[in-house]
Design a protein around this ligand. Structure first.
Ligand code: ZN
Length: 280
């Protein structure tokens, strides 16, 4: 039970009580809105995050995420050999900016009635693509940026489009010309490759495993097919400006199942330099 844990986690930000009867529960990442947090426990453990059972890898790793408006405390329950331990962590506060975006096509701010059925269908496809996940574990090694370039939009900001307040922005926008190649931040399986969605233009969703997925939107071209395995660093798409956008950029979103994560926060704690070896 106390076997050493082989894991490349360098930054341990929270430790369980030292008198715990189970292996120490360790986390990488901070409990803050939009965060992806990776936990390390005994491979035999059952882990419940906010009361929900989460999958644990053969090395005892698990992942969870907090949404934009998370607050209060987070509860992690670990059960090993019927012995139960509960850990509570306060969620850090976070503030978001308001961003005015003028000049997007007006029909993407106030969509005409005849496109509502199309929008509903596309929303359902995106939801399905994130509903289940594979059991790849390579994303635990870290992510690379899909594209280098100026950041033109951030996670969580309250968006006002052409003067109309809309839902918050959940992506990290990286501005680059149409046609610029976009690389995969981590390996995964293509769950959705859709050329032209009403709000998001060319839309690609890749499942990295354990509920973690990347979504790229406003793409001008998608170079991979649904069901395909894609490697970290592989060219998968090209930047575009389709959907609700004022100019060409990559909008990179990340999810833990339905929960929307902040790619910038993920990169703060889990970035893998492009020169790092891909395998240990
Ligand atoms: Zn965006």
């Amino acid at each position: 039970m106390n076997k050493p844990v082989a894991v490349s986690i360098s930054l341990v930000l929270a430790l369980a009580l030292t008198n715990a009867p189970v292996n120490a529960l360790e986390f990488k990442g901070l409990w803050q809105p939009g965060a992806m947090v990776v936990g390390q426990t005994d491979p035999e453990a059952q882990v419940y995050f906010q009361g929900q059972l989460v999958a644990v890898t053969g090395e005892g790793q698990f992942v969870a995420g907090l949404g934009r408006d998370a607050s209060g405390t987070v509860q992690v329950k670990v059960v090993i050999d019927g012995e139960e331990q509960i850990f509570n962590y306060p969620v850090l506060a976070r503030e978001y900016q308001t961003q005015r975006v003028d000049g997007v096509p007006q029909n993407t701010v106030t969509p005409p009635k005849e496109v509502l059925a199309r929008i509903r269908k596309e929303t359902a496809l995106v939801g399905q693509a994130r509903a289940d996940s594979n059991s790849r574990t390579d994303f635990f090694r870290g992510f690379i940026r899909p594209l280098e370039g100026p950041i033109s939009g951030v996670y969580g900001s309250q968006r006002i489009y052409n003067g109309v307040p809309k839902r918050p922005h959940y992506g990290l926008d990286i501005a680059r010309p149409v046609g610029t190649l976009v690389q995969m931040p981590a390996a995964g399986i293509v769950k959705l490759a859709y050329d032209d969605m009403y709000y998001s233009g060319g839309t690609l969703i890749v499942d990295h495993g354990y509920g973690i997925s990347s979504t790229f939107i406003h793409l001008s071209e998608i170079l991979v097919e649904e069901g395909a395995y894609v490697e970290q660093g592989e060219d998968v798409a090209r930047v575009g400006a389709g959907g609700r956008a004022t100019g060409p950029h990559l909008d990179w979103r990340m999810n833990w199942f339905k929960v929307r994560l902040d790619p910038a926060l993920v990169m703060e704690f889990f970035s893998l330099s492009r020169t790092d070896p891909k395998s240990p």
